[in-house]
Design a binder for this molecule. Structure first.
Ligand code: PLP
Length: 567
C-alpha cells in the first residue's frame, strides 16, 4: 500500500468505524458474538496467500468474516466483567502511535515518548489526588512511575522490585557468602555492574553521574538481585551464592485475599514464590481487615517466613470491595520488607471524584508503596493503559536495570534522562501516554468526572429497579458502578438450602445467557453468599433507558427460571 492508497483506505476505515458506532448507539448489533467455536477456520484459508491481495478484498473480509466474531464491548448494553472503554480520542492516539511505531525503551529512542509519559503520569496522579511523593517531581527525587500494559504486568513488575528490596533487607541480617568464606564473587547491584560493559567500563567520574535510579542501585552494596560471579570465581562460589539466595527467597510470602484478582497469585507463580490468600467476610463487605492481616503475618513470621508484598484491592473484581487501607497501613508500618501495592485496576479512576476519594482511605492511600489503575477499563482510554505510580521507583530500577553497550546513550550515562526500560520487564514499549494525553485534554478533568458520575448514577438507577422488584436481592454493598445481585430465595416460594439457592441462580444465569444478543453480564461467587450475578455500567454510550431495559430483560429471565424451578 502506498501513501495515496493509505489515504483512501484510511478514510474508508474511519467511515466504517463511524457507521459501526452509529449502529452501536442504536443498539442494532448483538452484544455478544453469536458464533460457534472454530467458526473462523471455515472462512479463512490455512495458508497465507503467496501473492499479495487487493486491499478492498481484505477490508471486506474484515467486515464479513471477522466482525461477526466480535463481542461489542462498546455496546450500551455491555454490563459484563468491567468496562473496556474506547474513545475516538484514544483511537486516534493509537493510530498515530502505530504509524510512528517506535519502541521507546530509552529516552533517546524518541524523547517525546518518555517525556510525555512522565508528564501524563503526573497529570494522572494529581487527578486521582496523590501527593507529591508519587510525582516525578517528588521531594525524594524517586517518585513517579511508568505506564505498563496491564494490571497483571504491573503486579509481576512490582513483585520483582519488592522481592529484591526484601532480599536486600534480609541480607543485612543474613549476609551472602563472601570471599572470607572462600567464595569470590560480586553482587550485581545494577545492570551496569552486572554485565561488565557499562559501569565497569565507565571512568570513575562518569559513574558518579549515573541517573538517580542507577546511582541508588550502585550505592546499594547489599542488593543481591542476580549476583554474578567475578571473573576468577569458581563454580562452587556461584553455587554457594545461588544457594544462599534460594534459601532467602524461599522464605518470601506474598499476600492478598480470596477476593484479590488472580494477578497476585499469578505474579507469585511466575516468580516461584508463595501466595497466601487471606479470608474476608460478607460482614466486612469482602474487604481485608487489619486484624486478619496481622494474625497471618505473625503466624508466618513465627515460622521464619518473610512477608514481602501485599496486593491490596481498591475495587475487587467480584464485588468492587476495597480493603481497609487505614488498618493495613498500620499493620505494615513495622514491617520494612512488606511492600504495599494497591491494585485498583477497575475502580482507581474513580479517585478522580472528590466525593469518592474522601471515602476511600485518603490518608492511608498516600502511605502505600505503589498503586495502579487501568485507564483501559473505566478511564476512557483504549486497551492498553495501566499506569503504575510508585513512591520509590528505584525499587524497580535496582531490580531491572541491565545496560549492555548497545543500549548505552550519552544522556543515559550522564543520568540526565529516565530510560523507561529500567522500570519494566521488556525492553521495547508502546507509546501509551499519547492516548491518555489526548483523552485527558479532550475531556478535561470535568468531562472525565462527568463520565464517571454518569455511570455511577446509572448503576444507582439499575439498583432502584432491582430494589423495587421482589424477585431480586443485592448481595454485596453497592460500589462504584457495580451491583451484585441474585434471585432471592423467597421468590422461589419455599425454603431453599444454600446449595439450592445456588442452583436456582445458576439456572437464572443460563437463562440470562440466552439473551446475550440483547445484553451481557457476568457471574461470580462470593464467600458466604454463593453464586451471583454482576452488573456494571461503564460504556460512554449507556443511557438510562438501556439500564431500565436491562432490568426488564433480567426480570423476564427470572420469571422463566422460577417457572422452570417450580415445575
Ligand atoms: N485487578 C482487578 C481488580 C481486575 O478487575 C482485573 C480485571 O478485570 C485485573 C486486575 C486484571 O487486569 P489486567 O487485564 O489489566 O491484567
Amino acid at each position: 500500500m502506498d501513501i495515496e492508497g493509505f489515504r483512501k483506505a484510511g478514510y474508508a476505515a474511519v467511515d466504517s468505524i463511524c457507521d459501526y458506532y452509529a449502529k452501536l448507539q442504536r443498539n442494532e448489533l448483538p452484544v455478544a458474538s453469536q458464533v460457534q467455536p472454530g467458526f473462523l477456520s471455515k472462512l479463512i484459508p490455512d495458508h497465507a496467500p503467496e501473492d499479495g491481495e487487493p486491499w478492498d478484498l481484505i477490508s471486506s473480509d474484515y467486515q464479513s468474516k471477522i466482525m461477526p466474531g466480535i463481542t461489542h464491548w462498546q455496546s450500551p448494553s455491555f454490563y459484563a466483567y468491567y468496562p473496556g472503554n474506547a474513545t475516538f480520542e484514544g483511537g486516534l492516539a493509537d493510530l498515530h502511535a502505530a504509524m510512528i511505531s517506535n519502541p521507546g525503551f530509552n529516552w533517546a529512542c524518541s524523547p517525546s515518548v518518555t517525556e510525555l509519559e512522565i508528564i501524563t503520569l503526573d497529570w494522572a496522579a494529581r487527578m486521582l489526588g496523590f501527593s507529591e511523593d508519587f510525582l516525578s517531581t517528588s521531594p525524594s527525587g524517586r517518585g513517579g512511575g511508568i505506564i505498563l500494559g496491564s494490571a497483571s504486568e504491573v503486579a509481576v513488575t512490582v513483585a520483582i522490585g519488592a522481592r529484591e528490596k526484601a532480599l536486600s533487607l534480609m541480607a543485612e541480617k543474613y549476609p551472602p557468602p563472601s570471599a572470607a568464606d572462600g567464595v569470590e564473587m560480586k553482587a550485581a547491584t545494577n545492570g551496569a555492574a552486572q554485565d561488565g560493559t557499562h559501569a565497569a567500563s565507565l571512568p570513575q567520574d562518569d559513574q558518579s553521574q549515573l541517573d538517580p535510579d542507577a546511582a541508588v542501585a550502585a550505592e546499594d552494596s547489599t542488593s543481591h538481585q542476580a549476583a554474578v560471579v567475578g571473573e576468577n570465581a569458581t563454580l562452587e562460589a556461584a553455587s554457594a551464592l545461588a544457594k544462599w539466595r534460594g534459601e532467602l527467597t524461599s522464605r518470601l510470602v506474598m499476600y492478598g485475599t480470596t477476593q484479590t484478582h488472580s494477578i497476585g497469585a499469578k505474579a507469585a507463580l511466575i516468580l516461584g514464590l508463595d501466595f497466601r490468600a487471606l479470608e474476608v467476610t460478607a460482614e466486612d463487605g469482602f474487604a481485608l481487615r487489619g486484624a486478619t492481616l496481622e494474625a497471618a503475618l505473625r503466624e508466618d513470621e513465627a515460622a521464619g517466613r518473610v512477608p514481602f508484598m501485599l496486593v491490596c484491592s481498591l475495587g475487587t473484581t467480584s464485588s468492587a470491595a476495597t480493603d481497609n487501607l487505614d488498618e493495613i497501613v498500620e499493620v505494615a508500618k513495622t514491617r520494612p520488607t512488606l511492600f504495599l501495592h494497591v491494585d485498583a485496576a477497575y475502580a482507581g479512576v474513580a479517585l478522580a471524584l472528590p466525593e469518592v476519594r474522601e471515602k476511600l482511605y485518603p490518608k492511608a492511600l498516600q502511605l502505600v508503596d505503589s498503586f495502579s489503575t487501568n485507564y483501559h477499563k473505566w478511564g476512557l482510554v483504549q486497551f492498553d493503559c495501566s499506569p503504575l505510580l510508585i513512591r520509590d521507583r528505584t525499587v524497580l530500577s535496582n531490580a531491572l536495570t541491565l545496560t549492555p553497550e548497545f543500549l548505552r546513550t550519552r544522556h543515559g550515562d550522564a543520568g540526565s534522562v529516565l530510560d523507561m526500560r529500567n522500570l519494566q520487564m521488556p525492553l521495547g514499549r508502546r507509546f501509551r501516554s499519547l492516548k491518555l494525553w489526548f483523552v485527558l485534554r479532550s475531556y478535561g478533568l470535568k468531562g472525565f468526572r462527568e463520565h464517571l458520575r454518569k455511570d455511577i448514577k446509572l448503576a444507582d438507577r439499575f439498583e432502584e429497579e432491582l430494589r423495587n422488584d421482589p424477585k431480586f436481592e443485592l448481595v454485596a454493598p453497592p460500589a462504584f458502578a457495580l451491583r451484585v445481585f441474585r434471585i432471592r430465595k423467597q421468590a422461589a416460594n419455599g425454603e431453599l438450602s444454600a446449595s439450592q439457592l445456588d442452583q436456582l441462580n445458576q439456572l437464572f444465569w443460563e437463562q440470562i445467557q440466552t439473551r446475550s444478543a440483547e445484553l451481557l453480564l457476568t457471574q461470580t461467587v462470593l464467600p458466604q453468599v454463593g453464586f451471583c450475578i454482576r452488573f456494571v455500567t461503564g460504556s460512554p454510550w449507556t443511557q438510562e433507558a438501556h439500564v431500565v431495559q436491562a432490568h426488564r430483560v433480567l426480570s423476564e429471565c427470572a420469571d422463566v427460571t422460577l417457572k422452570q424451578w417450580s415445575e
